[in-house]
Design a protein around this ligand. Structure first.
Ligand SMILES: Cc1cc2nc3c(=O)[nH]c(=O)nc-3n(C[C@H](O)[C@H](O)[C@H](O)COP(=O)(O)O)c2cc1C
Length: 366
């Protein structure tokens, strides 16, 4: 894919130190093997939010996935159904709320960004409700989109501006460019209706990537809690005190994440905060985790440190970008195999039995 698209997926805020740290810290965590347990049969199913899932991981919300491959959103939705995993549709997706619900049924969740228009945001909530979504996820860690230096350098923005630099980038990737043109240049589909009666460049008016989203506060969350009748989740919490405050407002589940390091470059590794948040909210409160997970053992580590479920984002887009639907199938299969192999090594037949006792803490001798 063109450099600009790869960098949009792969890049992060500032020096990208938070993004690197997420992976480094996860890598450095050690799991202690346990032996002589009969692990011939192992199950990868996981219950989470009153439902059994085929695997303990799902697809994190990502805007404009169709930039990686024509029809990527549809490919993701089909895979979510096939493997019985959740797919979280982003507000800024290149497919609509309604299309995705039709494609993925109960496997689809909806992620909400609240932009400059409260009216439009609440209309998105109404549409998600009417389409029958079970889970609404409010992302709270993007009060303002951070400076992602690769995007700035490449001139990446939504709506698109295609200048000489971008044109040359596309010309160097003819298969991507022709495929994308043939499928229709991706737009933030959830917003097209709001400006449908206006001239075409107003189509984007309701979704501008770099606009401020800093207006929402605890009162907004309380209002949303009252309005949304089913499962409500808050994504992008790192401070244990915030986690407790979210729980106290009747939110059903917490999503611990530093947005893959795409927001605050000096943020702590999300995995460092996970056990602290688990301790703060107590056992039994549903926690989902992402940021830095790149393999099956990473998923097992997050489960051991207090998560009930794990999401991955760019890993799926790298796979689709490399080989479309086949690439995605392959990575889901590989992740499942890696989890299963790790379970064999740590002597666990079921995911529910993965707990903190598996984390090896190196004891320093005095
Ligand atoms: C290309 C891309 C687009 C994203 N768009 C959104 C989004 O629209 N809403 C959101 O809540 N998070 C978004 N995220 C963040 C992911 O949901 C997730 O938190 C993050 O990628 C996880 O960290 P990891 O990249 O280390 O796996 C996006 C991430 C990527 C890579």
């Amino acid at each position: 894919m063109p450099r600009m698209m790869f960098d949009y997926v792969d890049g992060a805020a500032g020096n990208e130190s938070a993004s690197r740290l997420n992976c480094q810290v996860l890598d450095a965590i050690r799991l202690l093997p346990r032996v002589l347990v009969n692990v011939e049969e192992r199950s990868l199913t996981k219950s989470f939010l009153d439902r059994e899932w085929g695997l303990p991981f799902g697809i994190a919300p990502m805007g404009m996935c169709n930039l990686t491959w024509p029809g990527a959103d549809a490919i993701l939705a089909q895979a979510a159904v096939r493997h019985d995993i959740p797919l979280c549709l982003s507000t800024a997706a290149s497919s609509t709320i309604e299309q995705t619900r039709t494609r993925a049924g109960d496997n689809a969740w909806f992620q909400l960004y609240v932009g400059h228009s409260n009216e439009v945001s609440m209309d998105l909530v109404r549409r998600a409700n009417e389409a029958g979504y079970e889970v609404l996820m409010l992302t709270v860690d993007v009060p303002q989109v951070s400076q992602r230096l690769r995007d700035l350098k490449n001139g990446f923005q939504i709506p698109f501006r295609i200048g000489t630099r971008q044109f040359l980038d596309f010309a160097r990737h003819p298969a991507w460019s022709l495929g994308t043109l043939a499928a229709g240049v991706p737009v933030t589909e959830n917003f097209t209706d709001y400006a449908a009666s206006e001239s075409s460049d107003k189509v984007f008016k309701a979704w501008i990537r770099n606009e401020g989203r800093g207006r929402i506060d605890w009162q907004f969350l309380e209002m949303l809690r009252e309005r949304w009748p089913r499962t409500l989740m808050v994504k992008g919490v790192l401070a244990p005190a915030d986690a407790v405050a979210v729980k106290e407002r009747g939110v059903d589940a917490l999503y611990v994440s530093n947005h893959g390091g795409r927001q605050l470059d000096s943020a702590p590794a999300a995995i460092h905060m996970l056990p602290l948040i688990r301790r703060a909210v107590g056992e039994g409160y549903p926690i989902i985790f992402d940021s830095g997970v790149r393999n099956g053992e990473g998923i097992v580590k997050a489960l051991a440190l207090g998560a009930d479920f794990v999401m991955l984002g760019p890993a799926f887009l790298y796979a689709i970008g490399a080989d479309g639907e086949r690439g995605l199938e392959k990575i889901i299969k590989v992740l499942g195999e890696e989890i299963s192999l790790a379970m064999a090594q740590i002597g666990r037949r079921d995911l529910i039995a993965i707990d903190g006792s598996l984390i090896y803490e190196h004891e320093i001798e005095e």
